[in-house]
Design a protein around this ligand. Structure first.
Ligand SMILES: [Zn+2]
Length: 240
């Protein structure tokens, strides 16, 4: 069986993946790679959005701008918990979509949604469940799927564990404008907050500039790895 997606990003809510790695997703699709986003929840309700359908439309428009396919797992927003059911649902989608690489959000986010950290736990377990043999019955006959690599993206709200072996930065200087355009589709989240100062989009731009500067480019996105990899692995994906 061969893979169907080069990379899939797992997003607790529609917009988290775009914040953390939207530039990288746009870069990959521009190079012809097949990329997807799995939203674990629909992200609703939120304070300034009256209609969950609006958020879904925004998410789909953002995906169109980035050139990615989008899947909704429909786990409960605000009540997301690392459970066997949640792990199995995500693992099942991994078996169906067969990604080579997956990226998920990392760490606890004190002061914002606890769903974020739960998504990391679900993500880690689902990668494992996806490849387990002798579980076809639990997955409706779907065969095991071995994901080659996994990384974490970062949105600058998380407390990052310091014991991770490595981090790297992807140069998204040519793709920050697309990332920003995709994010601005989320009017219910980023344009409807007159009380937020500075605007969320400014913070995302600042984060991009900060990580870009660290790596000697204008805009960057940082990824964390939980195990040592061959140097050429991700680089190969990004440059070929
Ligand atoms: Zn979120």
């Amino acid at each position: 069986m061969s893979y169907l997606y080069d990379l899939i990003a797992i997003s607790p809510h529609p917009d988290d993946a775009e914040i953390g790695c939207g530039g990288t997703l746009a870069l990959l699709t521009k190079k012809g790679y097949r990329v997807g986003i799995i939203d674990l929840t629909d992200g609703e309700p939120t304070p300034f959005n009256e209609n969950p359908e609006v958020r879904i439309q925004e998410a789909n428009e953002s995906a169109r701008i980035l050139g990615v396919d989008r899947f909704l797992l429909d786990l409960p927003n605000r009540e997301l918990l690392d459970s066997i059911e949640a792990r199995m649902k995500l693992a099942r989608l991994f078996r169906e979509t067969r990604p080579r690489i997956v990226v998920g959000m990392i760490g606890m986010t004190p002061g914002t949604s606890p769903d974020h950290y739960q998504s990391q736990l679900i993500f880690d377990s689902a990668i494992f469940y996806s490849r387990l043999s002798k579980w076809e019955k639990k997955f409706g006959g779907l065969k095991p799927w071995l994901i080659e690599q996994s990384f974490y993206y970062y949105t600058a709200r998380e407390q990052v564990p310091t014991n991770l072996p490595f981090q790297f930065i992807v140069n998204i200087s040519d793709f920050f404008a697309i990332k920003k355009k995709a994010l601005l589709e989320y009017k219910s989240q980023f344009k409807a907050h007159p009380s937020y100062n500075p605007p969320i989009i400014d913070w995302i731009e600042g984060m991009g500039r900060y990580y870009g500067n660290l790596a000697g480019c204008k805009y960057g996105e940082v990824f964390f790895g939980n195990k040592i990899i061959q140097m050429n692995f991700f680089e190969h994906l990004l440059t070929n």
